[in-house]
Design a protein around this ligand. Structure first.
Ligand SMILES: [Zn+2]
Length: 184
């Protein structure tokens, strides 16, 4: 599986596009320096529903699940989601700032959303991620590194790493040892 990014639009070709309103322009002069990997499931521990799309588009119905009432007003997004079966969904063009990292710091720089790409993997901290997700996630990473020379394979981090004590995703279940081979 190989994916292409249109550098003019910042969009992956041949993936499902769901435009999120939860994004804005990156600060002037910002270069893309960091890739942040996340884990998400909605409701927590359940896979396959429409709820991540709904959260990232600001249309999560608060009554659909007890957990949703507390998060439905959150204005959050990521550039890309990799679902359990390997489906890739893009919500925000890479050139724009997605709202995935929150209060965060990487090597002394705060506000990581300014200079990062956020990739969500549908999953939990405890349950191993699917092979199809590593395959598809690897294709997204390769496309990013090819298209944006300021990104670097040495700067792919966990959300938990840039927001310690606040975030734990993508969790111990994410097999970082698989990443180098995926980048070849
Ligand atoms: Zn996260």
């Amino acid at each position: 599986m190989e994916l292409e990014i249109n550098a003019a639009t910042g969009l992956l070709s041949a993936v499902r596009q769901v435009a999120s309103p939860h994004c804005d322009v990156r600060p002037a002069g910002t270069t893309l320096d960091l890739i942040v990997l996340h884990g998400i499931s909605l409701p927590p521990g359940e896979f396959g529903g429409p709820w991540i799309d709904r959260l990232f588009t600001g249309s999560l119905p608060p009554g659909a699940h007890p957990y949703f009432a507390q998060i439905c007003a959150a204005r959050v997004s990521a550039h890309v989601l990799v679902r359990r079966g390997g489906e890739v969904v893009q919500y925000v063009p890479f050139g724009l700032r997605a709202w995935h990292a929150g209060v965060s710091q990487y090597q002394g720089r705060s506000a990581c959303n300014d200079f990062s790409v956020g990739i969500e993997f549908e999953g939990t901290d405890e349950l191993r991620y699917e092979d199809a997700q590593y395959d598809a996630g690897g294709a997204v990473l390769r496309a990013l590194l090819r298209t944006y020379p300021t990104l670097d394979r040495q700067r792919i981090v966990a959300h938990s790493e840039i927001a310690p004590g606040r975030k734990t995703d993508p969790g111990e279940s994410f097999d970082w040892a698989r990443i180098p081979a995926l980048l070849e």
